[in-house]
Design a protein around this ligand. Structure first.
Ligand SMILES: NC(=O)c1ccc[n+]([C@@H]2O[C@H](COP(=O)([O-])OP(=O)(O)OC[C@H]3O[C@@H](n4cnc5c(N)ncnc54)[C@H](O)[C@@H]3O)[C@@H](O)[C@H]2O)c1
Length: 350
């Protein structure tokens, strides 16, 4: 079979870039046409990993390549706007890494470019492709734990060894709640809807040489009287985790992007069991095995390619990406001002 493949160019070939490049190279839906990194040493590593006709150190060369139909941007957050605008202007579809951008103004400009040039813009909210979270959402939608009343997620990741190429993460504009916390926020939005109010508190005790607070705890209010919490730490001393808990009226789900299973607690046999004395807990924990794939770039890219091949909307739109940033910006503002903030979402139509 000689099915049509989407021809990709990748800009940024380091941590996330290599994951994307390798995923494109092994997918029957995609073809890798160009790889770019401004750092020749990183480009060399990519060259050893994948077969590809063109390697560039100038990202504009990827956009000039007529063979490239779509680009994936795996570069520092502060470059997302400039590269997205230029790629859309060059007629390419774009998959841009999260967070969409560091400010709502930048997000708006990206959406305006999408509208102006008519290309597709997808934001890489990878938690929507994490097997544990997909299973969790499916169980909740099926009513397995009843009606949600409290949801929580966290982004706990020690950045002391993850400063990024040229230390790009050590940036006063890059609030950890936006840069990393956007994962936890997006996960809760995906499952519990759009929160309307947030109260956050931050401190700065771990990465004391960084220009930003390294820990934030926030309380959120979701539609339907659902309460929520997001915890973000970029200085914690532990392995990366996004442990998340979904409490429903008939059960509870504990899940993680780095665990081998999710645990579902279901209401037990209390009423039916004649021996029930009130002293034993009949709540039944069930463990569902899940594959650990906390960076499922393959699934994400295949969905993006599919939407191009089918001429269909992308699964995680730029509007969604901006809504997630809107919550994160409100969290940072709440922590700064010391008060609850009503979250201001963008208008869907620009
Ligand atoms: N989805 C996720 O789970 C996840 C995880 C980590 C990072 N990210 C996001 O992915 C993006 C990249 O993060 P990373 O961890 O791969 O960063 P990184 O620092 O490891 O890599 C960035 C690469 O971009 C290259 N680069 C910088 N400026 C460039 C330019 N002008 N032209 C060409 N190449 C350039 C650098 O040389 C470097 O190789 C960021 O937006 C980050 O927030 C997402």
């Amino acid at each position: 079979m000689n099915e049509k493949r989407v021809k990709f160019g990748a800009i940024g070939a380091s941590n996330m870039g290599l994951l994307h490049i390798e995923a494109i190279a092994r997918s029957p839906k995609m073809e890798l046409m160009a790889v770019c990194d401004k750092d020749p040493a990183r480009l060399e590593i990519a060259r050893e990993r994948v077969l590809c006709p063109s390697f560039y150190t100038d990202w504009r060369d990827v956009l000039k390549n007529p063979e490239v139909e779509a680009v994936v941007l795996c570069v520092p957050d502060g470059l997302h706007l400039e590269m997205t605008e230029a790629a859309l202007a060059a007629g390419k579809d774009v998959l841009c890494e999260k967070p969409m951008a560091l400010t709502l103004e930048e997000c708006e400009a990206m959406r305006a470019a999408e509208k102006k040039y008519g290309g597709r813009l997808m934001i890489g909210q990878i938690c929507r492709y994490t097997p544990a979270f997909i299973k969790t959402k499916e169980l909740i939608q099926r009513g397995e734990i009843g009606e949600l009343f409290y949801v929580e997620s966290e982004y706990a990741h020690d950045y002391s060894i993850a400063r990024g190429a040229d230390d790009w993460r050590v940036d006063p504009r890059r609030e950890p709640y936006i840069g990393g916390g956007c994962h936890a926020v997006d996960l809760l939005r995906w499952i519990a809807g759009d929160p309307y109010e947030i109260t956050a508190y931050s401190n700065h005790k771990c990465l004391t040489d960084w220009p930003v607070n390294d820990c934030t705890v926030s309380i959120l209010r979701f539609p339907g009287d659902v309460l929520g919490k997001v915890f973000v730490s970029i200085g914690c001393k532990r392995n990366y985790t996004m442990r998340s808990v979904f409490y429903g009226t008939k059960g509870t789900i504990i899940c993680d992007n780095t665990g081998t299973h999710i645990t579902v607690f279901k209401e037990g046999l209390k009423e039916k069991d004649p021996l029930f004395t009130g002293k034993r807990d009949y709540t039944i924990p069930v463990q569902y095995p899940v594959s650990i794939s906390n960076h499922n770039t393959f699934g994400e890219l295949e969905n993006f390619a599919e939407s191009i091949l089918q001429d269909a909307p992308v699964p995680t739109t730029s509007f969604d990406g901006e809504c997630t940033v809107a919550v994160c910006v409100a969290a940072a503002e709440s922590a700064r001002l010391g008060k609850a903030i009503e979250i201001q979402y963008p208008k869907e139509e620009l």
